[in-house]
Each structure stands twice: as structure tokens, then as C-alpha cells.
Write a protein that binds this ligand. Structure first.
Ligand code: HEC
Length: 253
């Protein structure tokens, strides 16, 4: 018997609580979509990836792969004037416009890539030991992935601190409510206990990583995993509570 069996509460209490639990579940879902929209574009590409979170918590400094390869003298046969033209292009802020600039004629980046790279970097290229399948440079969509250098500054410390103080209090209180309510539900203590443990640990690890992640990029996936674990377990606890509140009371044995 739980210390405070939810299902023994009179119906108005159960319905009132159920409505609030629905609001909390809605809040979790809205937070998830906010997280997505807030971080999605941070690395300059659509979709929420680990890179976006790395950008927010640690920062990204990635030099364009093409620039790196030009700097190390690849491909050897590339004439110096064309190497310089590509380097200049890669330093521009708007790569797309200059890419196939007709005024540049033969020296337009698209023309140079076509002439000097596609013998190996096309999907069906015979040379290059299959590099054309791994790193194709045939279309703009291929090229842009290799041509963009990305510098993403992490959020500033005062912003992280401001965000951490509201998140710690809000997420912490929500988790306490979910755990206590679930402890009063009819469901197996083992199941809800495991969820409670993982939700608590997940939250603790997530928040504890926020500031250190500025220094150690390795902590970004840890933080993301712990946050996901927290959200999943807290959501599951709230669903379990909702079920318990809405189902008819189990008959006393
Ligand atoms: C003769 C074939 C050949 C030509 C021509 C060639 N490449 Fe490559 N490229 C390779 C091979 C093979 C690799 C993988 C081994 C290496 O990194 O050297 C490579 C690697 C690269 C990489 C690194 C990919 C990565 O992620 O490690 C980039 C970027 C690249 N090439 C760009 C170019 C550009 C731009 C041109 C034209 C200006 C070009 N390559 C011309 C064969 C070629």
C-alpha cells in the first residue's frame, strides 16, 4: 500500500490533479519543441543535431574541409592561381553567390571544381579510390557541406547562469512532484522507483554539465543524453500518475 494512495482520493481531487498533470505533460512537450526551435539553426543547418548543442554549450570552430585540403596541398595538380581563387572564395561570407559567378569565367569556383576535382570527387568517378562516394563535390548541396567554415560562439556565462537558475528550480520542482505522485500510485514500486531514480540522476547530471561543457566538449553528449533521460522518465512518471488518477480505484484486498 503506498503511503498516500492517489486512488483513494475522492473523485474531484483525482480529476483536478489529472487536469494539472495533463498541463505538466503539455509543458514537457512544449519545452521539447522550444528546445528544437531554439537550437535548431545554431550551427547554420536545419534540424537539431549534436552540433547545435555543441554550438550552444561549447562553441564550434570548424574550418571548411576544402580549405584544409587546399592548405595541405591537395590536389597536387591544382595550379597556384586556382588554389588562391578557391581560398579567396572560401573566405567570403556569402559562398553561394560567388560560387558560379559568370563574371569570373573559368576562375569561378564551380568551374574550377568541375575541372580539377570531379575526376575523383564525382559519385561515379573512376579515380580517387571511391572518395567521390564519400565526399562528392558534384552539386552545390555537396559542395556547401565541404566549403563552409563555422564559428559558433557558446552562450555567454551570465545567460547560462540565468538559464540554469530557472531551469534548476523549475525542473527540480516538477521532478519532485512527479516522483511523489508516482510513489502514491498503484503501479509497481520497482518500475516507478527505477523511473524516479533515473529522472533524478538525469536532471542532476544534465545541469551539472552545463558550465563545465564550455571547457570540455565531451560533456555535450553527456548533457544531451542526461537531459533526454530526465525528460523521458519524468514524462513516463507523469503518464503513470495520470493513468492511476483516471482508472477506477482498485478493489481493496
Ligand atoms: C586524383 C583524385 C583527386 C582529385 C583530382 C581531387 N581529390 Fe580530393 N581527395 C582525393 C582522395 C583520394 C581523398 C582522400 C584522401 C585524402 O584526404 O587525401 C581526397 C580528400 C579530399 C578532401 C577531404 C575530405 C575529408 O573529409 O577528409 C577534400 C575536402 C577534397 N579532397 C577536396 C578536393 C577538391 C576541392 C579538389 C579539387 C580542387 C579535389 N579534392 C581533387 C582525391 C582527389
Amino acid at each position: 500500500m503506498p503511503p498516500f494512495p492517489l486512488s483513494s482520493l475522492p473523485l474531484p481531487f483525482r480529476l483536478g490533479l489529472a487536469a494539472v498533470v495533463l498541463v505538466l505533460l503539455g509543458g514537457l512537450a512544449v519545452s521539447a519543441s522550444h528546445l528544437w526551435l531554439h537550437h535548431e539553426k545554431r550551427d547554420g543547418r536545419a534540424g537539431l543535431t549534436l552540433d547545435d548543442l555543441t554550438g550552444a554549450y561549447h562553441g564550434i570552430q570548424a574550418v571548411a574541409p576544402i580549405l584544409l585540403s587546399l592548405d595541405r596541398g591537395h590536389p597536387e595538380q591544382l595550379p597556384a592561381a586556382e588554389r588562391d581563387a578557391l581560398r579567396r572564395w572560401l573566405g567570403l561570407s556569402d559562398l553561394a553567390v560567388a560560387y558560379d559567378d559568370t563574371k569570373a569565367g573559368d576562375m569561378a569556383p564551380a568551374e574550377i571544381l568541375d575541372r580539377r576535382c570531379l575526376s575523383c570527387h564525382a559519385r561515379d568517378a573512376k579515380d580517387g579510390d571511391g572518395i567521390g562516394k564519400k565526399v562528392p563535390l558534384e552539386y552545390w548541396d555537396d559542395v556547401v557541406k565541404q566549403a563552409e567554415s563555422r564559428v559558433v560562439q557558446p552562450n555567454e556565462v551570465p545567460i547560462v547562469v540565468a538559464s540554469a537558475h530557472t531551469h534548476a528550480l523549475g525542473m527540480g520542482s516538477l521532478t519532485v512532484v512527479a516522483i511523489l505522485l508516482a510513489a502514491g500510485s498503484r503501479w509497481s514500486r520497482r518500475g516507478t522507483g527505477a523511473l524516479a531514480l533515473l529522472a533524478g540522476l538525469g536532471l542532476c547530471v544534465d545541469l551539472a554539465c552545463w558550465l563545465p561543457a564550455r571547457e570540455f566538449a565531451l560533456l555535450v553528449p553527456v548533457l544531451a543524453g542526461a537531459g533526454g533521460l530526465w525528460a523521458g522518465c519524468t514524462g513516463a512518471l507523469l503518464l503513470a500518475v495520470l493513468g492511476d488518477l483516471l482508472l477506477p480505484a482498485p478493489r481493496a484486498r
